[in-house]
Design a protein around this ligand. Structure first.
Ligand code: SDX
Length: 423
């Protein structure tokens, strides 16, 4: 039993229970010994640990983020997105042979069934690509019915590889549809992000080669987005997965949550906000509106980070490399001024509101030529290994059962039906 513990006393019965504190949490099971009908009331799970996990360690007070113990700063500097995907899913960094095999598998699973690719034709030209992505990912589950065998390790792993491999293809196909361009299919000699950039931008050039600086920057951005503990979309992945659903449907659900403007949709809203501000001289007036509660400062604040999001710091540095190739994004000046004003204003300091991962990522995406409605799609590509790592961990966790929280019922007491002619 852990040295640290909490003792709770129910003053209705005088009974007490001492519950050990381990890994920064104490179990509700102990508390329910006091009264099985007693539940924690925790709307939005602000104080709830829904599972135990060894994937990502997040310290919001000190701004620390580690994947399987490795600091995000080191992975961003020294690793690749596919290596980080391997690490998240398998728990260890790959040997050279393991990495070579992993990259081969991902490279050779980038195609999607032509029928699913053709689904995209059914969308209007101006359909939001996240709506297309969620739909096509869900449709993929019908092409791999064996993926429902979630307790078969080999079957689980091949589906994980398929999803990591196919997300960029589906994303690029959705974009090509929105601009009326024919699909550009994956090729096998390029890197993961190089292949994606070619599928996005190549038009009629058989020798197209992506800019290596931009491919590397996108690879780093995908690393930074790869996982983030029990965020809204990952909790959705776990919730749907806990019902025994296959990984395709679970990823479609997770991507649906990510689509929300409070979550992954924020990177698109940051750029719209910066365009709306339009000029550095309008920053102070905009901040005043935020302080009056009329607006949220997009890309600021976080449920867990009450310090600078370490990912935002890394992205800000990466921006310089990208802008050296693309030319700077004129919105950068407004973003820097907005950050400077907010970080020195008590309203934001008191609320511990700092730039999060979404504040700068959109500036880079826009400079790279991505339309704003593709930003959350890029977030989804990056987050897919994290969603899958959590799904794999959940499926193998003996403590996990179907998610079924309770509630505090505050509705009317028993009452009898009144026929409509008597109401
Ligand atoms: C992501 O969970 C994750 O890990 C998510 C993510 C990941 O990698 O998966 O990190 C990705 O989703 C990043 C967040 C992207 N969203 C945005 O940038 C949208 C703008 N941010 C806010 O909507 C908000 O900060 C949230 C949604 C991110 C967090 O919401 P919380 O937990 O409700 O915020 P809070 O309780 O800490 O807020 C404290 C106070 C409140 O004011 P009061 O009621 O106390 O007066 O700060 C205010 C909030 O209203 N506040 C903001 C604000 N964020 C919080 N005020 C103005 N602008 C903001 N951005």
């Amino acid at each position: 039993m852990s040295e640290e513990s909490i003792t709770l006393t129910d003053n209705r019965s005088g009974k007490s229970v001492t519950v050990p504190i381990e890994h920064g949490v104490f179990s509700s099971q102990g508390v329910r010994e006091l009264d099985p009908g007693l539940f924690f009331y925790d709307p939005a799970f602000k104080s709830t640990a829904s599972c135990s996990s060894s994937i990502t360690d997040l310290d919001g007070v000190n701004g620390i983020l580690r994947f399987r113990g490795y600091p995000i700063e080191q992975l961003a500097e020294k690793s690749t997105f596919l290596e980080v995907a391997y690490l998240l899913i398998n728990g260890e960094l790959p040997t050279p042979a393991q990495y070579e095999e992993w990259v081969h598998h991902v490279t050779y699973h980038t195609y999607i069934h032509e029928n699913t690719a053709d689904f995209i034709k059914g969308f209007r030209y101006d359909a939001h690509p996240m709506g297309m992505l969620v739909s096509v990912v869900a449709a993929l589950s019908t092409f791999y019915p064996e993926s429902k065998q979630i307790h078969d390790p080999q079957i689980r792993m091949i589906q994980a590889i398929r999803l990591i491999a196919k997300m960029p293809t589906m994303a690029a196909f959705a974009y090509r549809h929105s601009v009326g361009l024919p699909r550009e299919y994956p090729v096998n000699h390029l890197t993961y992000t190089g292949n994606f950039l070619r599928m996005m931008w190549n038009v009629a050039d058989p020798n197209y080669e992506p800019n290596p600086v931009l491919a590397k920057a996108l690879d780093l951005l995908f690393i930074l987005h790869a996982d983030h503990e029990q965020n809204c979309s990952t909790t959705t992945m776990r919730t749907v997965g806990s019902a025994g659903a296959d990984p395709f449907i679970s990823v479609a659900a997770a991507a649906s949550a990510l689509y929300g403007p409070l979550h992954g949709g924020a990177n698109e809203k940051v750029i719209r906000m910066l365009h709306e501000i339009g000029d550095v001289k309008n920053v102070a007036a905009y901040v005043d509106k935020v302080k009056k509660g009329e607006l949220k400062l997009q890309g600021f604040g976080h449920r867990v980070y009450k310090n600078y999001d370490p990912r935002a710091r890394i992205i800000k540095k990466t921006a310089d490399d990208v802008f050296a190739v693309t030319g700077t994004n004129p919105l950068l000046e407004i973003a820097l001024k907005l950050e400077e004003v907010a970080l020195s204003d008590d309203y934001f300091i008191e609320r511990k509101l700092y730039p999060n991962v979404d504040f700068y990522s959109g500036l880079i995406y826009e400079a790279m030529g991505f339309p704003m409605d593709m930003f959350t799609v890029l977030f989804a590509i990056g987050r897919t290994p994290g969603w899958l790592a959590h799904w794999l961990e959940l499926v193998q966790d003996p403590e996990q059962k179907i998610y079924r929280p309770r509630q505090a019922y505050i509705g009317p007491d028993k009452r009898d039906y009144v026929p409509i002619d008597q109401r």
